[in-house]
Ligand binder design. Sequence first.
Ligand code: AMP
Ligand code: FE
Ligand code: FE
Ligand code: ZN
Length: 293
Amino acid sequence: MSSSTVDLHSHSTSSDGGHAPSFVVELAATRGVEVLALTDHDTLQGIAEAQATGVEHGVHVVAGIELSAKYSAGQCHLLAWLPSPVPEAFCAWTRSREVDRERRAEEMVRRLNEQGFTIAWDDVRARAAGNLGRPHVADTLIAAGHCTDRSDAFERLIGRGCSAYVGSGKIDPEAAIEQAVAAGALVSLAHPYTLELEGQPLSDFVGRLVDAGLGALEAHRGDQDEARQAEYCALAERHGLLVSAGSDFHALDLEGGPRGKRKLGRIGVPGLSPEARERLLSRLPGVPASLVR
Ligand code: AMP
Ligand code: FE
Ligand code: FE
Ligand code: ZN
């Protein structure tokens, strides 16, 4: 059976999640998650609130971030789990990442307006409590009547290759990893399938990231079947990496939808083995020995 006590990949309103950091942590508590990482896109804004709630509800909250890196084909996302308090130099660096996201969203809005899909920048901005992402642009397009739902927005306008798409991540993956590792982080390659690589090219790419300091690979997710999990475990082993596990939770109303395998606390079956869980937790910054077991 899968262990539901660890979930190292989750989102809140600090980026494109649907709930406040405190709510995410409370939900984690009700689902029996003992170690939760909040990993919002390119921001640490939600960490303080999440950790305060974690103390109240008996959830150990790891300070995390999901970094978007420059990548030509699919998407390269890196999860970094940091010591608490997060070193100031890294916090300062993440603020430059936040500015990048703001500029990117502005550029997408500019392109949409040019193409006749008129939306106001202020409307987009008002949808995000924290860091901006394409879901905020999608929701603005829906409200303005240009799109029927998020899938429609991604498929026609803001998905990769579409007319208003602007890539995220203006930093190389190696540089992102080096920044995080310098701050004492453990870094994992999130959802490797979004690299759109298989076999040797995937292994070669992972090898490059390992040279830069990558420490883990996200083998276990609710949306990865058993064969995929086994494949990624083997890939991790080949490169001497830990395997990590997370749900990539965004919102309760998406738990049942088309992207519905992203349920908080759900990391897939079989999920982490007890040995892999212990290896992972013992390398994760700041996890008390009582939780490592
Ligand atoms: P961004 O980080 O701004 O590039 O936006 C990526 C985020 O958009 C992902 O983390 C998902 O939350 C969401 N997303 C990506 N593709 C889709 C899609 N086809 N439909 C709905 N949401 C999506
Ligand atoms: Fe997201
Ligand atoms: Fe991601
Ligand atoms: Zn994510």
